[in-house]
Design a protein around this ligand. Structure first.
Ligand code: FEO
Length: 376
């Protein structure tokens, strides 16, 4: 039997110190009850007491044998000490890197250790657990636990999603899972692909991630999206417009372009809209339009932040169009082209770029309509 003992966090302001989560986030933990009992990860420290209560209730008088640590990031590991203090005989299960990090987060902690290697198994009775290492999905110690009995993959951060479990997301799973993926795991496409190779012959019917809902039907849908995302392939034949605007003229250009697109598009004011929605949009769509002002001899700071965030996440395989604005010495276009050539891979830059010198001219408007035609 498997019982959910995780919690919803609706008090958090910024997840991992930077991601807005208007509908909260869940820290998932599970209890596998068999001849032996295993706890699968813990929860954020702010929910330690609630977690211990749920654990004790689910145990119904029994004692847990194992605490399995798939991921040491504190949103999952911070309550380990509390579990060990309450159940001192428990064996903590992790790999060599897990235990190194355990000592870093809890200096001097003394626990019964069960150090596992790749593909080691742990038998609980009917449930037989196998440990599959997934380094850098999202941290180096990450491992996933595959339960052969119910064909369930405990997938650590992979397949996670923003939003508390008590929130029935009207957008479905993908939108906030995509923002989570590109915000947090996006840099690590290759490790995700390596994981998929390891899992190729594993029959998976349930995925229990550390954030977001359990996935137990139509799993091909989720695997397919993760495959596209981790290969840095565009998911949609659509346009993302990312702009910055000081006095509204560059914004006017961005809006005019959007008005003339027949394709689907997303549009983001990089100074005002959620930064990670914009990152998500850049990876989701095949076309990216960058519209920005010249600033201190290069580009507006929010656009530079955006480019750097794309670079950190290995941005590639897209088509980019550029609209620049500059009153006396426009430099944004040159800066962006150099940045793309130095930092992104396999990018087509549309030859026709648009230069606005302060406000839109009729010629600019015609150029923007031509750009829309090219993108459509
Ligand atoms: Fe949900 Fe990488 O921690």
């Amino acid at each position: 039997m498997v019982k959910y003992i995780g919690v919803d966090d609706r008090k958090i302001d910024l997840f991992e110190g930077q991601f807005i989560v208007p509908e909260g986030i869940s820290y998932n933990s599970y209890l596998i009850i068999d001849d032996k009992i295993a706890i699968m990860d813990t929860v954020d420290i702010n929910f330690k007491d609630k977690f211990l209560y749920k654990l004790e209730t689910a145990l119904d008088g029994r004692k847990p044998n194992y605490l399995i640590i798939d991921h040491m990031e504190p949103d999952h590991s911070a309550s380990i000490l509390a579990v060990v203090e309450k159940y001192p005989d428990i064996e903590v299960v992790g790999n060599a890197t897990t235990f190194k990090m355990l000592q870093q987060f809890f200096p001097g902690i003394n626990v019964k250790q069960l150090v596992v290697k790749e593909n080691d198994t742990l038998n609980l009775g009917k449930h037989n657990l196998k440990f599959i290492f997934a380094p850098m999905v999202h941290w180096p110690e990450v491992m996933m636990t595959y339960d052969e009995f119910d064909k369930c993959l405990y997938s650590a951060d992979a397949f996670g999603k923003f939003g508390a479990l008590d929130f029935d997301d009207p957008e479905g799973w993908a939108c906030e899972a995509r923002r989570y993926y590109f915000g947090i795991v996006g840099k690590y496409g290759l490790p995700v692909q390596n994981l998929f190779k390891k899992l190729a012959d594993t029959k998976i019917e349930i995925i229990r991630p550390l954030h977001g809902p359990t996935l137990d039907s139509n799993l091909d849908y989720y695997f397919n999206l993760y495959n596209i995302w981790s290969k840095y392939e565009p998911e949609a034949d659509a346009v993302t417009i990312a702009y910055t605007s000081v006095y509204g003229n560059t914004k006017e250009a961005a809006l005019l372009l959007a008005d003339n697109l027949t394709k689907d598009y997303d549009i983001f004011d990089l100074a005002r809209d959620d930064f990670y929605e914009a990152i998500e949009g850049a990876f989701e769509n095949k076309y990216l339009v960058l519209a920005t002002t010249t600033y201190c001899g290069d580009i507006f700071p929010k656009m530079l932040d955006f480019l750097n965030a794309l670079k950190e996440r290995g941005y590639q395989n897209r088509t980019i169009a550029i609209i620049e604005n500059g009153t006396w010495a426009p430099t944004a276009k040159k800066f962006i082209i150099d940045f793309i050539n130095n930092n992104f891979k396999n990018i087509t830059i549309l030859e026709k770029t648009i230069t606005i010198k302060s406000a839109l001219t009729e010629a600019n408007k015609a150029e923007i309509k031509d750009l829309a035609k090219e993108l459509n």
